[in-house]
Structures are given as structure tokens and as C-alpha cells.
Design a protein around this ligand. Structure first.
Ligand code: UDX
Length: 434
């Protein structure tokens, strides 16, 4: 099957490469000519484990190509995916749909054969109707259907998530469009991955509801962690005891510095805006967004307390800056608010991240970026673990002890064992482990 993927960003590129790997003939299109040129030379615009290899193999097999010519890519494509960005709109937090609508108009102007236009971008409920209207208004004679197929992949584990999904959600109104989508996902269908066919509006809602629920789960355990610290409990034991209940489930109960990334902060906000528009308030999600926002800066204060309550003239080393490991993505990363809070409290901040340094340097002015964890802690008054990259789990604590000016470790991801760290002579603070 011929597939056009409009938008070679995170979702478009991963999905395009995976569809090619399923055996489809995929063209990924992007307006960014430089990005397309680089992709043609096998240079990835993002860091995602396994992606470069997947792209290379499928390009070599002649199933995957890159282009900035949308009209050409759409020719003969049975499925045209829209995977362009839907950032928060400046000023009001609504999802900015201008890229989705622009792509829809452009697709409309070059439709010739019967095709399914599939929205993969995360879009508020009702967007599919608007896309359909735009295409219909163009006066195209081609038969088309607009389908919602939200993406649930996690950065850092995107290829695995795509190939072994918990479920595939397809919101389609027409039988023939459902058949085309079943063909698109045929290999997963054969592997018995659950495929859920719903109305288009339900599919659009599933994506936002799922992300808001996961954000709630994280925020809930973060508040339990705070309570553990006050009353003397261990949040990891509490989370395990809760998670063993199948109705709750063990995942997304890791307490930490608050969620970040390209999805949860933006999608919770967009859902709240939709709820507001339809006069259907979502008070739980409202609290979640607010609590998570304030938590990030509060983590900076936690570090100041660990330093004895005064951060002036103190040097703090941050290890891990990206919003989670195995990505170079710094969007809404807790590290940004933490370093700002520390600087506001009078500390100087030095930092290292295995992949996110370029993006971090632009977002964290005044922070000294160094090239490794041991260099970061050298002469510092505290080591703060912000993002749980594997190389920090395996860090040589004895060496760290010899390099720090004062032996303080603040572990915002609970990766170290309190007894071991304390036995090694450190003053150790973690999250929700009194
Ligand atoms: C998320 C969703 O998981 C995915 O389904 C959706 O398509 C896009 O958004 P992603 O943002 O890549 O994916 O990362 P995820 O692994 O979900 O983590 C999001 C944030 O929550 C990170 O900052 C992470 O550190 C934090 N988190 C996650 C916790 O603090 N505790 C947890 O238990 C889980």
C-alpha cells in the first residue's frame, strides 16, 4: 500500500519508518527542506533509540523515502497521514491547529484517487469534522474519508510502542475507510494487537483522556510522596502495594519531580480548554496541571533545604536535563524550573545530560554545561539527579564522594538505595522516602 506521511517530526518519522517496515511504500513529507535533505543523508533530526537503523534499512529496501513535495507524495496514496505539530497556542493554551488545517488544504488541492486522510496529530475533539469540511470545500472530485488514529508512543521507546501497542484506536465513519486502516495495520492485526474502532470524536477524545489520566496518576503518587515525607512512609512501598491491585496497575506510579515532555503538559491544557468551551469543567485535570506546575519549582526548594536552607555561593550539579531518559527532548522538562529556582536562590548551577545539552543550553541561560557527570560534580556542594539515565544509575559513588565539596545527593527519581548511599557517607534526600 502507498502511504504519504505529512510531517517528518517525532510522530511522523517514527510512524512512517514503522509503516515502511510493515512492507508499505511510504513517503515522509516535510516543509523543512533542510530536514528532508538531512534525512536523505541518513541524519536523524531527533534522538530516538533504533530509529536511524530502522530508517536506513527501509530506505535501502526502497520502501521509505523523503520529500518536500506534498503533491507528489499524495499521488496514488491510499492513506495520507497528517502528523504535523499541534503546539499550545500562545496566550490561551488551546491546541494550535493551523498546521493541521494548512496541511488539509494542501492535501485537498492535490487529491486525485480515493484516499483516507488520517489525523495522527493530537487534535481536540471535532477537528476531524473541520478537516473534512476544509477538504469538501476545496471542491475535490476525489472520494475521501477523514479518520482519527491517535498515537500513543512514548519518546525513548517509540519504535517498540508502535510495533507492540497496547491498542490501536481508529475513529472512522465509513466501512471502506475502516478496511483501508485494517490493511495499514495488517501486521499488527495478524499479531492480535487490540484494534478498537470507534466514532471519530470518540477516538479524538481517547487520546486526551488517556494522557490526562496518566498525568493524574503521576501527580497523585507525587502528592502521596510528599505525604510520605511528612508522616514517615516509603512511597515506593506504597506504590507497589497500590499497583498490585489490578484495577490500579503498577505503571505510572513512580514519584518524581513532576511530568514534562511534549504531550502531558500541552494535552492537559488543551483538554481543559475544550472542557471550558463546552461548559463541561474538568476540575481534577485542572488541579493536576496546577499541582504539577508548582511541583517543578518546589523541587528546587527541596535542593536548597538539602543544602542547609541557604544556596548562596553554593554550586549545584544537575545530572540529567531532558524530561525523561533516552531522548534529547527538553520540552517542559522539570530541569528548567529547578535550575531557575536554584539560581533565584543564589546558587550557581552546572549541568550534564547525555543527549539534551544542545537544547538545554538554549533553554537554561546561565547554567554551565559540562561534558560528563564527574566533571559536573567536581567542586559542587550537591549532586542532584534530575533524569534517570542509565549511566547515572551506574555511577561510581565513591568517585563522586571524592569530587564533591560537600557530600550531598538529592535523588529526584529514587534510583539509589538510601542505605547504600548513606553508608558511603553521603547526606541523601530522595522523593517520598522519609
Ligand atoms: C506520553 C504518553 O506516555 C504517550 O502515550 C503519549 O503518546 C505521549 O505522551 P512521553 O511524553 O514520551 O509519552 O513520556 P512518558 O514516558 O509517558 O513520560 C511523561 C513524563 O511523566 C516524564 O516526564 C516522566 O518522567 C514522567 N513520569 C512518568 C513520572 O514522573 N512518573 C511515572 O510513573 C511515569
Amino acid at each position: 500500500m502507498k502511504i504519504a506521511m505529512i510531517g517528518a517530526g517525532y510522530v511522523g518519522l517514527v510512524s512512517g519508518a514503522c509503516f515502511a517496515d510493515f512492507g508499505h511504500d511510504v513517503v515522509c513529507v516535510d516543509k523543512d527542506v533542510e530536514k528532508i535533505d538531512k534525512l536523505r543523508s541518513a541524519i536523524m533530526p531527533i534522538y530516538e533509540p533504533g530509529l536511524a537503523e530502522l530508517v536506513r534499512t527501509n530506505v535501502a529496501a526502497g520502501r521509505l523515502s523523503f520529500s518536500s513535495d506534498l503533491a507528489d507524495a499524495v499521488q496514488g496514496a491510499e492513506a495520507i497521514f497528517v502528523a504535523v505539530g499541534t503546539p499550545s497556542r500562545r496566550g490561551d493554551g488551546h491546541a494550535d491547529l493551523s498546521y493541521v488545517f494548512a496541511a488539509s488544504s494542501e492535501i485537498a488541492s492535490c487529491l486525485t484517487d480515493r484516499s483516507v486522510i488520517v489525523t495522527k496529530s493530537t487534535v481536540p475533539v471535532g477537528t476531524g469534522d473541520e478537516v473534512e469540511r476544509i477538504i469538501r470545500l476545496s471542491g475535490t472530485a476525489a472520494q475521501f474519508a477523514v479518520v482519527s488514529n491517535p498515537e500513543f508512543l512514548r519518546e525513548g521507546a517509540a519504535i517498540g510502542d508502535f510495533k507492540r501497542p497496547d491498542r490501536i484506536v481508529i475513529g472512522a465513519q465509513d466501512d471502506w475507510a475502516r478496511d483501508v486502516m485494517s490493511e495499514v495495520y495488517r501486521p499488527l492485526f495478524l499479531n492480535r494487537a487490540p484494534i478498537l474502532f470507534t466514532s471519530r470524536r470518540s477516538a479524538e477524545l481517547i487520546k486526551y483522556a488517556a494522557n490526562a489520566f496518566l498525568a493524574t496518576k503521576i501527580t497523585f503518587i507525587n502528592e502521596i510522596a510528599d505525604l510520605c515525607e511528612k508522616v514517615g512512609g516509603d512511597v515506593q512501598d506504597v506504590a507497589r502495594g497500590m499497583g498490585l491491585d489490578n484495577r490500579i496497575g503498577a505503571k505510572f506510579l513512580h514519584a518524581g519531580p513532576g511530568y514534562g515532555g511534549s504531550c502531558f503538559p500541552k494535552d492537559t491544557l488543551a483538554l481543559l480548554k475544550t472542557a471550558e468551551d463546552y461548559d463541561s469543567p474538568m476540575r481534577i485535570v485542572e488541579s493536576v496541571a496546577r499541582v504539577n506546575d508548582t511541583r517543578k519549582r518546589a523541587m528546587g526548594r527541596k535542593v536548597v533545604e538539602a543544602l542547609g536552607g541557604d544556596a548562596h555561593d553554593k554550586r549545584v550539579a544537575l545530572l540529567g536535563l531532558t524530561f525523561k531518559p533516552n531522548t534529547d527532548d527538553m520540552r517542559d522538562s522539570p530541569a528548567i524550573a529547578i535550575s531557575q529556582a536554584l539560581q533565584d536562590a543564589g546558587a550557581s548551577v552546572v549541568a550534564f545530560d547525555p543527549e539534551g545539552m544542545d537544547m538545554a543550553a538554549a533553554l537554561m541561560p546561565g547554567v554551565e554545561m559540562v561534558s560528563g557527570p564527574y566533571e559536573a560534580v567536581s567542586g559542587a556542594d550537591a549532586m542532584v539527579l534530575v533524569t534517570e539515565w542509565d549511566e547515572f544509575r551506574a555511577i561510581d559513588l565513591a568517585r563522586i564522594g571524592g569530587l564533591l565539596r560537600t557530600p550531598v545527593i538529592v535523588d529526584l527519581r529514587n534510583v539509589y538505595r538510601p542505605d547504600e548511599v548513606r553508608a558511603a557517607g553521603f547526606s541523601y534526600v530522595s522523593v517520598g522516602r522519609a
